[in-house]
Design a protein around this ligand. Sequence first.
Ligand code: NAD
Length: 484
Amino acid sequence: MIASAVRTLKNFAGGRWESSAGEPRQVTNPSTGEVIAQVPFATPAEVDKTVRAAHEAYLQWREVPVVDRVQVLYRYKALLEKHADEVARILSTENGKTLPDALMEVRRAIQMVEVACGMPTLMMGDSIENVSRGIDSQTIRQPLGVCAGITPFNFPAMVPMWMFPFAIACGNSFILKPSEKVPLTPERTAELLEEAGVPAGVYSVIHGGRETTDALMMHPLVRAVSFVGSSPVAKHVYETSAKAGKRVQALGGAKNHLVVMPDADLEKSVEAIMSSAFGAAGERCLAGSVLVPVGEVAEPLLAKLVAAANALQVGDSLAPGVGMGPLVTGEHRGKVAGYIEKGLAEGAKPLCDGRKSAGESEGFFLGPTIFDGVTPKMTIAREEIFGPVLSVIRVRTLDEAISLVNGSEFGNTTSIFTSDGKSARDYASRVECGMVGVNIGVAAPMAFFPFSGWKNSFFGDLHAHGKDAVAFYTEQKVIMTRWF
Ligand code: NAD
């Protein structure tokens, strides 16, 4: 179904909103299946023009004092606050996460801007007098030039803001290539940045898919590439960008384990596990995907969890009281349903099957699925599903749980639920994951810490946001001075 007045989006390049000659694709409302916009895929010539304009803008912007650069971000924060509900509504409509969840994402995005407002302090270098007799030494941080960001569908407000507020505050210009599945939120947040007074060309948004991304990564005037998305694409972006001589950070997919000890608080753990596994329909890179009950906790834990999953209200993401919205596209829904079939075929035991609670709607709904009797070799135990499917692998000891977690090719996040400090400390110390939660279902770092995936969940060395972002978006220079 196509809504009556479907408009085609424009690119924001060189400070202007311009139509693209690229092939348009459809953007859908996943709650209804309705087409709500068309998004053009920018051509390599349009990418080239955008990068050149961004480079010209950078040459001026880098000369603006950092204290003045951050004034744009202060105004941007105020505008984001003012329009938070409106942005969240757009986000929920195109992505399918519930409205309260979308609003929480917008709040997290605003926190990124707040932290980047501290750039006059964050960008400071070091200095020391008399490194040798009569010689002083200092380091300064300088911007790189044009930086590019390629972002996924699941956080269309927040993930771009892991990047551009920091990059711009450091004196770079920035080009965002958002996910073609959710281009309306990045469009609105770009309009607000324009209203905040960002100079023409300092921030650009170009839409597209692989060809657009490749043209950006290969462009000689692009100095740094930030990517967030699935691991195969993250690896491709990392390799291609590095080969083209770019600085690159590429955050990939995940398979996150939630370990529950026999001494855990069951009520609170179940609440956290439900939100981790089924919040945003499991479409979070920090979503719990494998539940690992240790010892005798399995039976009481699963009884409570299945009851909570059966009570979860699935429906239109904008409707009040809905606990879980649809998956982002019909294609993605089909992929997740395919994993449920695979789980059944490989012998896992469904305690609830989300295909049954999906209803008759045109939307891309799937209810929560919980599989018991999963073994580490099964596909559903190893691969990222990125949907509301939780696999249960029972173990006998904490050591066994740690070996299981460390056997995964991914290392984004993990959580332990326990009331024993020693178990929590051992777990946090020994697991090979970049982010660890203790009695927390989604251990998402705040804006001033780095987003620290390990293994196949991350390619690069400097992570997103926090102090890492400042290092990533600047070059250091050491200056030694002697006066005669
Ligand atoms: P995706 O990899 O399909 O797409 C991400 C971006 O890359 C999009 O902008 C897309 O247009 C572009 N792209 C897709 N294929 C490409 C190709 N072959 N070459 C160049 N560019 C390409 O990811 P998605 O489905 O949008 O998002 C979900 C994935 O993102 C999940 O795997 C999730 O775990 C991951 N993710 C990771 C983090 C993290 O911090 N590690 C955060 C959010 C999402």
